[in-house]
Design a protein around this ligand. Structure first.
Ligand code: URA
Length: 239
């Protein structure tokens, strides 16, 4: 890797332009290995792995892969219409790095949401051809009746779709709680599938994407970077 200046490192991880990065460095709020770095032109032969800015330790990776526990009443859009954006829960600098949600959850759906700025990762996770299963837990307005699981597994017709849409698994947890796996990400898909069999979803939570589960300790609204092991679990190899 070619040598890089401190201001370029900061600019490359979303701290604005090089001019912005320079100003920040001159404020004396940037540290590496416990030492304040206030010379923006300082050259690194190898990019430092982490950097501390305003007391927060930050990875200098330019490709971002993360999971967030989406809370209720947040929109996945960066330009939300009626509620707060999930991006307001992430570091501000991520927007400048082109971070996007991987697929979307409705404003009133909670649970596991991935985000990244790596187009290859986003494409792989969203591609219907890859058939990645997404597991949801639905709380229903009415008891889930015998035979409705078969209907969902065999496929239901949703308005605007040419072919029937099938659930990959359906598991009744109790009278009004059902876990369902789907591979597509159609608009309001799970809600419309339950409506198609005569029920109504009151609450919806995404519990897993492929083998990656929503971690119990990740409270609503909090996020963290994905580990290399989790990228492996999702079957993604960095290019
Ligand atoms: N299906 C829905 O109906 N809503 C979501 O947010 C996700 C899947």
């Amino acid at each position: 890797m070619p040598a890089i200046t401190l201001e370029r490192v900061l600019a490359s991880i979303g701290f604005g332009s090089r001019k912005d990065a320079r100003a920040l460095i001159r404020e004396g709020v940037v540290e590496i290995n416990g030492e304040v770095m206030d010379d923006p032109t300082m050259v690194f032969e190898t990019r430092p792995e982490t950097i501390v800015v305003n007391g927060e330790e930050i990875s200098t990776e330019t490709e971002i892969y993360g999971m967030i526990h989406k809370p209720l009443d947040y929109e996945c859009s960066a330009r939300p219409q009626h509620h707060e954006s999930v991006f307001s829960l992430l570091p501000e600098r991520y927007e400048g790095l082109g971070v996007r949600c991987v697929g979307r959850l409705d404003v009133d759906t909670t649970g596991l949401l991935l985000f990244s700025n790596d187009g290859a990762f986003i494409h792989q996770m969203e591609s219907p051809k890859k058939g990645i299963r997404k597991l949801y837990r639905a709380h229903l307005a009415r008891p889930f009746e015998k035979g409705q699981d078969k209907q969902l597994l065999n496929g239901v017709f949703l308005k605007g779709e040419k072919a029937p849409v099938t659930a990959k698994s359906v598991n009744k947890i109790d009278d009004t709680t059902v876990e369902i796996e789907i591979t597509e990400g159609l608009y309001h898909q799970v809600r419309r599938m339950f409506a198609a069999v005569g029920n109504h979803v009151l609450d919806l939570e995404r519990l897993a994407i492929g083998e990656l589960k929503l971690e119990d300790s990740l409270t609503p609204g909090s996020w963290r970077a994905l580990t290399q092991e989790e990228l492996d679990i999702l079957g993604f190899k960095k290019g």
